[in-house]
Design a protein around this ligand. Sequence first.
Ligand SMILES: C[n+]1cn([C@@H]2O[C@H](COP(=O)(O)OP(=O)(O)O)[C@@H](O)[C@H]2O)c2nc(N)[nH]c(=O)c21
Ligand SMILES: [Mg+2]
Length: 323
Amino acid sequence: MGCDSKVESTDGFVNWQDIVALTQSHCKMRDPSRVERIINEFVQGGPERMQLVSDFDYTITKQRTEDGGPVPSSFGIFNACKSLPVSFKEESNKLYHKYRPIEIDPHMPPEEKVQYMIEWWTKSGKLTSGFPFDQAEIDQIAGKYKNALRDRTHELFDDLNRLQIPVLVLSAGLGNSVISLLGQANLMYPNVKVVSNFLQYRDGLLDGFQQPMIHTFNKNEAVLDGSEYYDLVHNRDHIIVMGDSIGDADMAAGVPASSHIMKIGFLFDHVEANMEKYMNTFDIVLVDDQTMDVPRALLALIERQHKLRLAGNGVASATLLHT
Ligand SMILES: C[n+]1cn([C@@H]2O[C@H](COP(=O)(O)OP(=O)(O)O)[C@@H](O)[C@H]2O)c2nc(N)[nH]c(=O)c21
Ligand SMILES: [Mg+2]
């Protein structure tokens, strides 16, 4: 259905019920009035105050494809490469089976998990060392999944590029796969930055991951402190955060407390069991939504008001259908 917005207002105020994408039955909001307030702040602030932070795996890629085919994670794309030594695959599997249950253990407090996660990413880096590896292998596999991106991802990235809104793709996975897939899908616009774990080479052989290590518990904007990207976005206090895991909601941690943050969560697995947690964590929960329609609807409103302002018309007085 695209990002239709049915907005009729004489004072520029947007009612959430008029945003068609938000009225869909699979779009859930704990507090619609809060969502409405933030949208109006975004609309009034304009594109120059906006930034978007997104997870990659199962947020930019789909959680479910039309043909039911699986979508590998960024580490999964690497692990599917044929030239990897058998011992690498075995050891890496062992690590996964040891640490993944800890990562998702609902009883262990996060403070305790951090050490285990650092251990996992460190051991994984050590394993990813000492053998030759050609990026072309990742490119070949990633290329097969260009169509596994959410519907209208291209339109979303076009919107963001046109509005010059910085996009941070933050992934605790493997950056080489992320960049490869986004690049082959022609989405690596100049306003897109990928912060993730990248392969490092020494003397022609793999030598683990480059620093800083990005794991599930430091996967937020604080890790950017002092970087060029931080300088670019630190004045942009209107933030859209998108993710599919509960931890993704914290990706804007590190930005000034006064910021307005809209957290969008894509929920697919174990919907009933997870619903309450997602509703308490994200402002908007999208259940089995494999599109970018909701973030696009927000951007359409921001762009519409921006254009009216540029045209010398301070408030929205137009009726705009099917933008
Ligand atoms: C170190 N390490 C971490 N992971 C997983 O990769 C995920 C990357 O984290 P993420 O960027 O939050 O991606 P997500 O969208 O999949 O949540 C983590 O949640 C871990 O479960 C890993 N997965 C594989 N296959 N191999 C690894 O070495 C490895
Ligand atoms: Mg994810």
